[in-house]
Design a protein around this ligand. Structure first.
Ligand code: SF4
Ligand code: SF4
Ligand code: SF4
Ligand code: FES
Length: 589
């Protein structure tokens, strides 16, 4: 332990702790901007500057404590220095806050306000990089708003290992953008949106589809239907000041009805359906084609994009089951439309997702039109739904509990844990075990696949055979698992795994790129736990025991992997080039 004094108060912390963390332990708030608690500190911005006894200034976010150190965090000269840092940033910032998508949630705006900045002492100079890159279906780059904090490049390069973003040029002309001056859609970006979740200002934001949805809601010709992903229910409340991990699913149903949605279904139902199909694929390989192991899960569109670009040689191992919201989409426009006698072209289906990549997925290929129409018409993120509710004055916490509509609104515990890394695997094993043995798993809980470790491995025994499992989240972790599979394949060695679950976002969808800002690993853990709590509370914990799923197969799909199921619920994959072409110079005016 190391003992030091901060602003006259003594504190003891572990060796290697930064001054920032030690100050937090005392409840002393040092402002930060480039720092993110889950990323290694870069020391880029200088806002967290503090003074050591003797007058030396250091950056609190990246300086480790030393025994006997005495630190001051709020001397007049420090406050002046922090104001200067912010004023310099504002001197070449667009400063059009009222029109910025991050207005009200921008970290730069908040720090400027807390430091009491009323005027900028430096001459304003416009940035040379002003063009907006809206080529991606998922996120928008607005480089003139960038404050060079480096969080996005750290996330894209180190956490996701995609390397789509880099800082180009130096000094005043430097900007963050896709490598080789491409536009995003031509780059290797896999649309996970983690950069948008990390960006403290309005330089990277999700593509806003709220107007599209509001227009549909105001069109009397349309029947507008909503579905909500598992992870949304345990995060949306944060936007309304509720504690992290509050499950607001029933309030959300009511809020969506008040917004004008005519019918509310639940993506958790789709998750149960995905499991029925994916577990059936597993059983087919287990019984008939063990050489085709491993089977790799497919419900994350960012991961699908990554696989098609970076590991196309493993496409054969990929489950062809569509993601849950796409399955709900096709079933709404076929099975349900027929039941209700509503022409499918009149249905406008909106998915509320924790995810920016789902905006890409709904048009990924012709399979997303399996009903004969666009299966999902629009997707909005958790953040966008919160904005829509706030725009029309719906206060989520005051909404009474509501219910989803039948039959595509009923779900099992297996469906709800999809939102956490390991949840898809746990849900699939519950059903695959039942398919193979005719019995339920002795306990539906599979602890080794839970938690926010990047890679989780373990085995379960089915009919005397050991099934080797891997669960990976965060694409840099995914790569490690896939390289092992590729190596075994190329050298004709025994496969290291039989079943692999992959989620592009670290911790799974609870930490998706479209979730409320300020997502940390701690928050992801709490949100995931809320899903496991819901799983325990539900009447059915296995997808195959969901009565509405049983009815759907009986009335419409016949059985998992039937011709009809394959037509509506499965997709295919194609190798895609890493880069679509070199645009060159698009950023430069
Ligand atoms: S969306 Fe994901 S892959 Fe694309 S630039 Fe951002 S972090 Fe990188
Ligand atoms: S785009 Fe955002 S996250 Fe990336 S360096 Fe600029 S300000 Fe930071
Ligand atoms: S892990 Fe979830 S939120 Fe993240 S890209 Fe995949 S599906 Fe979207
Ligand atoms: S927060 Fe410490 S240098 Fe930016």
């Amino acid at each position: 332990m190391v003992k030091l004094k901060i602003d006259g108060q003594e504190v003891s912390v572990d060796n290697g702790t930064t001054i920032l963390r030690a100050a937090q332990k005392l409840g002393i708030n040092i402002p930060t901007l480039c720092y993110h608690e889950d990323l290694p500190p870069t020391g880029n911005c200088g806002i967290c500057v503090v003074e050591q006894k003797g007058g030396k200034t250091v950056r609190a976010c990246s300086t480790p404590v030393v025994e006997g150190m005495e630190i001051f965090t709020r001397t007049p000269s420090l406050l002046r220095a922090r104001k200067t840092v912010i004023e310099l940033l504002l001197s070449n910032h667009p400063n059009d806050c009222l029109e910025c998508p991050k207005n009200g949630v921008c970290e730069l705006q908040k720090i400027a306000a807390s430091l009491g900045i009323r005027k900028i002492s430096f001459e304003h100079i416009d940035r040379t990089i002003t063009q907006i890159d809206d080529s991606s279906p998922s996120i928008i780059l607005r480089p003139s708003y960038c404050i060079q904090c480096g969080r996005c490049t750290q996330v894209c390069q180190n956490v996701q290992n995609v390397h789509a973003l880099e800082t180009s040029f130096r000094g005043f002309h430097s900007f963050v953008g896709p490598t080789m001056e491409r536009v995003l859609d031509e780059s290797e970006c896999v649309k996970c949106g983690q950069c948008s979740a990390a960006c403290p200002v309005g330089a990277i934001v999700e593509k806003d589809d709220t107007s599209l949805v509001l227009n549909a809601l105001n069109n009397p010709e349309l029947v507008v239907v909503a579905q909500e992903a598992p992870a949304v229910r345990v995060a949306l409340g944060e936007e309304f000041g509720l504690p992290v991990g509050t499950n607001v699913v029933k309030k959300m149903y009511t809020a969506l009805r008040r917004l004008g949605f005519k019918y509310i279904f639940d993506t958790n139902f789709g998750a149960d359906l995905t499991i029925m199909e994916e577990a059936a694929e597993f059983v087919e390989i287990f019984k008939e084609n063990p050489d085709e192991f491993p089977l790799i899960t497919s419900c994350c569109p960012s991961w699908v994009d990554y696989l098609e670009k970076f590991f196309p040689d493993l496409i054969l191992h990929f489950s062809t089951a569509k993601s849950p919201h796409q399955m709900v989409g096709t079933m709404v426009k076929t099975y349900w439309a027929q039941k209700m006698n509503i022409p499918p072209e009149k249905i406008f289906l909106v998915s509320v997702m924790p995810c920016t990549a789902k905006k890409y997925e709904i048009d990924r290929m012709e399979d997303m039109y399996a009903s004969g129409y666009k299966d999902v018409n629009a997707t909005i993120t958790t953040r966008e739904l919160a904005r829509m509710l706030k725009q029309v004055g719906i206060d989520l916490p005051s909404c009474e509990d509501g219910e989803a509509d039948s039959p595509l609104g009923e779900y099992s515990g297996a469906g709800t844990i999809f939102g956490a890394s390991g949840g898809v695997m746990e849900a699939a094993l519950r059903t695959a075990y039942y398919y193979i043995t005719g019995k339920e798993l002795p306990s539906p809980d599979i602890p080794f696949v839970r938690g926010t470790r990047g890679i989780k491995e373990g085995e379960i025994e089915v009919l005397g055979k050991k099934i080797r499992i891997a669960v990976a989240s965060g694409l840099s972790n995914v790569e490690k698992i896939l390289l092992k599979v590729r190596e075994a394949k190329e050298n004709k060695k025994e496969m290291p795994y039989h079943f692999i679950e992959v989620m592009a976002c670290f911790g799974g969808c609870v930490g998706g790129g479209g979730q409320p800002y300020g997502s940390t690993i701690k928050k992801r853990e709490i949100r995931a736990q809320a899903l496991y709590n819901e799983d325990k509370s539900l009447a059915h914990r296995e997808s195959h025991n969901n009565p509405s799923i049983q009815k759907l197969y009986k009335e419409f799909l016949e059985k998992p992997l039937s011709t009809k199921s394959k037509k509506y619920l499965h997709t295919h994959y194609i190798p895609r080039p890493l880069f679509k072409g070199v645009h060159g110079g698009k950023w430069r005016e």
